[in-house]
Design a protein around this ligand. Structure first.
Ligand SMILES: [Zn+2]
Ligand SMILES: [Zn+2]
Length: 293
């Protein structure tokens, strides 16, 4: 038997259900994946990719920006020629996403915390509170030692701009390559990688501590665990931990926003809702419902 009144009403739209769940929750934990940024147009395929990297696509026949961003370029000059343009597109010059803005408005009336596998700039450019977002996979605007020799990250937007302005034939001048102040290895983007992991800085551990404290504070409350646009490639970061939290707290509810339905473990079915409407229109509809009430 569900503890959520919102689930006992007849519904005509997913937005009205989600709006009622927001109102009924004591606290909301939001897990955000690539599908949310894609819903706001920040896609890794098509013209957004092709217009920014025609030269790299011609040379390496890249199929999409994810593949390109993970490619082992033959030199650091080429690595940074690609990555500087990638950082500008997905971080420095990323426009405000409407779904991010509306979600923030929706969350403002409740205690909330966010965990994301996205490394783009969508949260900061939409005005989110730095204390409430945990970037578990790093951020494109930050650098780390490519040897992971020490737990610190760096940011140098002016250098990125310079690399874009001064690159020629898909190479930045050697003297623009940033090097590790500790070991002298080249710096790379602060991003988790399947083989090497990621440099986790003091700031990263502060983000993690704030997130863990929020979960602990609300561990027995009526918590809405809302997963938005989270795929299946890395379930260890959001999906599996969310499902564990919900299983441990009979008052919690797991709500997933995704085009695709997937199998939910039997033990969790009573505490799971799957919403399949388009993410941007569902957020917009829910935002309107909450605003109207
Ligand atoms: Zn180093
Ligand atoms: Zn809207």
């Amino acid at each position: 038997m569900t503890k959520w009144n919102a689930l006992q009403k007849e519904r005509t739209t997913e937005a009205s259900l989600l709006a009622d769940l927001f109102q009924e929750a004591d606290a909301i934990v939001v897990g955000i994946g690539a599908g949310m940024s894609a819903a706001d147009g920040f896609t890794y395929i098509g013209s957004r990719f092709e217009d920014a990297f025609p030269d790299f696509i011609e040379k390496y026949q890249f199929l999409d920006m994810l593949q390109a961003s993970l490619f082992h370029f033959p030199s650091w000059e080429e690595y940074w020629a690609f990555q500087s343009r990638f950082i500008a597109l997905n971080y420095l010059d990323q426009p405000v996403g409407q779904s991010y803005v509306e979600l923030l408005e929706m969350l403002k009336t409740k205690p909330y915390h966010i965990i994301t596998t996205n490394a783009d700039n969508a949260f900061w450019v939409a005005g989110y509170d730095k204390e409430k977002v945990y970037h578990i996979q790093g951020e494109y605007g930050l650098f780390q030692c490519s040897q992971h020799c020490h737990p610190k990250t760096y940011q140098d937007d002016a250098l990125v701009r310079k690399m874009i302005a001064e690159q020629k034939d898909m190479k930045v001048p050697y003297e623009l390559i940033p090097f590790c102040p500790e070991c002298g290895a080249p710096l790379e983007i602060n991003k988790r990688n399947a083989e090497k992991g990621m440099v986790e800085s003091a700031d990263f551990f502060e983000q993690k501590a704030r997130y863990d404290a929020f979960l602990e504070e609300h561990k027995n409350d009526k918590v809405l665990f809302l997963e938005i646009g989270v795929g299946f490639t890395t379930p260890q970061f959001i999906k599996t931990p969310f499902q564990k939290c919900v299983q441990a707290n009979p008052n919690a509810l797991f709500v997933s926003m995704n085009h695709k339905h997937y199998r939910i473990p039997l033990a969790l079915r009573e505490q799971t809702v799957q919403l399949s409407e388009n993410i941007a229109s569902l957020i917009h509809g829910t935002y309107q419902e909450l605003k109207g009430e």
